[in-house]
Write a protein that binds this ligand. Structure first.
Ligand code: UDP
Length: 567
């Protein structure tokens, strides 16, 4: 197997099995065969054939499942899912039961999302004690502190999504929560937005905040004022993001069993309370082929094969996963949601000489994701024939005409760790830089690295000189080099050099064909004005996105590329 130095370091530090003396006792090849063997154990027939096929998929780095599967598959009580949503009801018992369950999920490598809107506001009456309630923010802080102290299998910290709906009386405190310096490092915060609110903002009307306990109006404020607070705060700190609740529920495939109120930490999977989901991503940088006369092209056949095997792989996990709670087992097995997405999109575009900031890229993005979705649905329908529909199928939008094994098939995850293992670009993000410093996880040594696809292209064009090398090592960019042809510069624009409009168009292109959601960060340069953040948030809603997150360069003390990768 060919793995990059970073991949090896990461695997050594966090994924490969260790003995009680903390010594690594498996090779990366053994890790992949452990995972393939365990996932194939769900098969009734031809276990070896499937084991080989899964092993092939993993060792070629064509597809990788989310981290908990790589870490825990085949171990006793191995918990394999990355994504969970838990309920928070308006009682101390519910709040602390969910905190306990959070601790167990984090310890096993999963991340948790919650909507805190059922909690009565700060200062509201508590009849049992005769006192007053501390409000959602106080409890979010407790969850954050607990998260800080629970490491995921001793490897990394858990991640949380905290949502508060835009009509909750404590919404202003929630919006401002990350101003106070060193707080809530383990939470992504998103305001739960309704279409009604967005229209009220557009018409600059009054907006009512409702006490969820009494169902009475607690306060009336100008919708535009609340919007400006959200925008200013996101501009200053990156939080809060927005979650468009009506859009989530418009696309809820099992709406008959209830409304969806929350997503997992990075936003790519809307889930019911207690529901979990397994993710996996296809490495698009490996799905290109050399073809005459057009040169490099998308290898659709290879992509199709990878999708079919990946859906089967993820469906198997639903069957053989170890569930931490009976409630999680019940709803997860009844819906059998999986989330197959992609990584390495920016590298695929670079290999095809297509600039990220171009209509050609947007069209190809749509084509790729439409293909991933339609082949995923075909694979799920085939599995339904073989294994039966998901148990809630009769309550789903697929009934009665379309048989399906899974209530959802696709999500675009951030792939913060698995893209390092696969040595490709994150998710559908553009390259952040053409060269960057990496601090070794094990040795803490800083090393500079130049993107190998960029180097290859420059060599082929006869442009790989010391001058170019020095420039990218110093600045991460080639935009200031006068002798480089415009066309080449355009292909290698990096995240902050790409206008926000194109960031958002890529999110829209992939969301169009993703039944769950797309996790994406709209990266902005430092001088971006607040009005632009307002435009981005408004456009995201108009585009029908399920959520939106921005990050303005330099706006947080400890800048992180992927919001949830805090460790
Ligand atoms: N996640 C988590 N902790 C982390 C990173 C990720 O709990 O430190 C969860 C979270 O639910 C996130 C999901 O894993 O939305 C997928 O994240 P990503 O694709 O970055 O994970 P990877 O599989 O690459 O580790």
């Amino acid at each position: 197997m060919k793995l990059s130095k970073n991949a090896l370091q990461l695997l050594n530090a966090r994924y490969l099995l260790k003995n009680s003396e903390d010594e690594v006792i498996e090779t990366p090849e053994q890790l992949f065969s452990r995972v393939a063997k365990y996932v194939a154990s769900a098969e009734n027939e031809d276990k070896e054939k499937w084991e080989d096929r899964f092993n092939d998929l993993l060792t070629h780095l064509y597809f990788l499942p989310n981290s908990p599967t790589l870490m825990n598959a085949g171990l006793p009580n191995g918990q394999l899912s990355a994504c969970f949503v838990l309920p928070v009801e308006d009682s101390l018992s519910s709040i602390f039961t969910t905190l306990k369950n959070t601790a167990m999920i984090h310890q096993s490598g999963g991340g948790t999302g919650y909507n805190f809107s059922q909690l009565r506001p700060k200062g509201d009456m508590v009849s049992s004690s005769g006192g007053v309630s501390s409000g959602p923010m106080a409890f979010i802080k407790i969850y954050d502190t607990a998260t800080e102290h629970i490491r995921q299998g001793g490897k990394r910290r858990g991640a949380n999504m905290g949502i508060l709906n835009v009509d909750h009386p404590d919404i202003e405190e929630f919006i401002l929560a990350k101003t106070a310096g060193d707080t809530l490092h383990n939470f992504n915060l998103s305001v739960g937005i309704t279409d009604d609110f967005m229209e009220t903002v557009q018409h600059e009307r009054d907006w009512k905040l409702m006490n969820p306990r009494t169902k009475k109006i607690a306060k009336t404020i100008k919708a535009k004022k609340l919007w400006d607070q959200i925008v200013s705060q996101a501009w200053a700190t990156g939080d809060p993001g927005l979650i468009f609740l009506d859009t989530l529920n418009k696309h809820n495939t099992v709406a008959e069993i209830g409304k969806i109120q929350s997503t997992n930490p990075c936003g790519e999977v809307p889930l019911f309370e207690y529901e979990s989901c397994n993710l996996g991503s296809i490495n698009l940088s490996k799905m290109v082929t050399l073809k005459e006369p057009e040169g490099t092209a998308v290898d659709w056949n290879k992509l199709e094969r990878a999708i079919a095997s990946a859906i089967r792989f993820l469906d198997n996990i639903v069957s053989i996963n170890h569930y931490l709670l009976p409630q999680i087992a019940a709803i997860t097995k009844n819906n059998r949601k999986v989330g197959l997405g992609v990584m390495g999109w920016a590298e695929m575009l670079a290999l095809l000489n297509i600039p990220y900031a171009s209509e050609k890229a947007i069209l190809l993005g749509e084509r790729i994701m439409q293909f991933v979705q339609s082949k995923s649905y075909m694979a799920s329908a085939e599995l339904a024939k073989e294994r039966g529909d998901f148990p809630n199928w009769k309550k789903s939008t697929f009934h009665p005409n379309k048989h399906m094994r899974n209530a959802t098939c696709n999500s675009i995850a951030p792939t913060g760790s698995i893209s390092v293992i696969a040595d490709t670009s994150y998710s559908i993000e553009p390259l952040y830089a053409l060269a960057y410093k990496r601090v070794g996880i094990l040795d803490n040594q800083t090393q500079m690295e130049v993107n190998p696809i960029f180097v290859g292209k420059m060599q082929a064009l006869g442009l790989w000189t010391d001058q170019v090398k020095n420039e990218v090592l110093n600045t991460g960019s080639i935009q200031q080099l006068e002798h480089i042809p415009k066309k080449v510069k355009k292909v290698f624009e990096t995240s902050l050099e790409i206008p926000w409009e194109y960031h958002l168009k890529h999110q829209q292109a992939f969301q169009k064909y993703t039944d769950n959601a797309v996790s994406k960060t709209i990266n902005l340069i430092k001088s971006t004005p607040k009005e632009t953040v307002s435009d981005i948030y408004m456009t995201a809603w108009k585009y029908g996105l399920k959520g939106i997150t921005i990050y303005r360069d330099g706006s947080k003390a400890d800048q992180v590329l992927q919001a949830c990768h805090l460790n």
